[in-house]
Design a binder for this molecule. Structure first.
Ligand code: ADP
Ligand code: MG
Length: 265
């Protein structure tokens, strides 16, 4: 199956090539936190399938479980109970070490707060996931990823010398540098103004068109409908899951791209 920016690249060994099976399959997934005497049901029975190549948004009020769900989909965290299959592998039973391997090879993350290392350059920040994945030839790959987000000329800048939008683009470059099959973005535009957020969405659309499967958590309706499919959460459950109206989708994407062009000028 296609991987980011290199559609012809082979799957890494160990991942069965089952292009027709869903990339993500969750069955009755629960996540429970114990806080002193009280129990928080952050996820209360999630059933979700994501096909390869989808662009999907997740919306819902604060505290509804979106970040918890992203953590489980991204193999950062394990369900308390339930079944999770990623790329045809049962991951809910895997050890932390096995999860880390899947994460490093196959999944890229973008967070609302960028989470860049402050004292290192854009290029070094982008290189971090390659060290975890024990890759060599990191220089060329990092620059290529920075080029994809339009920041090749900022490679030697530190985060403090970059604008918010540029920092998030560095974070996007870091997320895609290992050519993941899945890109997870948790409120990636939450700390940005509308125009800068639109620039980020333009890159998200580009990566999606290049073959990435993208899951995008957002509060903003105008961003959520830029996905082809929208999942709504409430109280740890999915209360709605369906395609976005194509007309509404097209208009939102066009509006966003016009805004992004304004920001470019
Ligand atoms: N590490 C944690 N420990 C305890 N409670 C948590 C933890 N993470 C999340 N929660 C709780 O789980 C619920 C869902 O949180 P979260 O997934 O962050 O929601 P959202 O991203 O939709 O705002 C909230 O009630 C939150 O307080
Ligand atoms: Mg959250």
């Amino acid at each position: 199956m296609s991987r980011l920016s290199s559609p012809d690249a082979a799957e890494p060994p160990g991942l069965p090539d089952q292009a027709s099976s869903p990339l993500v399959m969750l069955r009755d997934v629960h996540k429970t936190y114990h806080m002193g005497q009280s129990v928080v049901h952050a996820l209360a029975g999630i059933d979700l399938q994501i096909a390869r190549g989808e662009l999907l948004s997740i919306t819902g009020p604060s505290g509804s479980g979106k970040t918890t769900l992203m953590g489980i989909i991204g193999c950062l965290d394990k369900p308390t109970s339930g079944y999770y299959e990623f790329a045809s592998q049962a991951v809910h039973t895997m050890s932390d070490r096995q999860l880390a391997i899947i994460r490093n090879r196959s999944i890229g993350f973008v967070f609302q707060t960028f989470n860049l290392l402050g004292r290192t350059t854009a290029e070094e920040n982008v290189s971090v996931p390659m060290f975890y994945a024990r890759k060599t030839r990191v220089h060329g790959q990092a620059l290529k990823a920075l080029e994809q987000v339009g920041l090749a000329d900022r490679a030697h800048h530190r985060p403090g010398e970059l604008s918010g939008g540029e920092r998030q683009r560095v974070a996007l470059a870091r997320a895609i540098v290992n050519e993941p099959i899945l890109l997870l973005a948790d409120e990636p535009t939450g700390n940005l103004d509308t125009k800068t957020g639109a620039q980020i969405m333009t890159i998200v659309h580009k990566l999606h068109q290049q073959g990435a499967t993208v899951v995008l958590v957002t509060h903003e309706h105008d961003i959520a409908v830029q996905a082809q499919r929208m999942v709504q959460m409430s109280d740890g459950k999915i209360i709605n899951d369906g395609p976005v109206d194509p007309d509404q989708h097209a208009k939102a994407v066009a509006r966003s791209q016009a805004l992004a062009r304004q920001a470019d000028n």
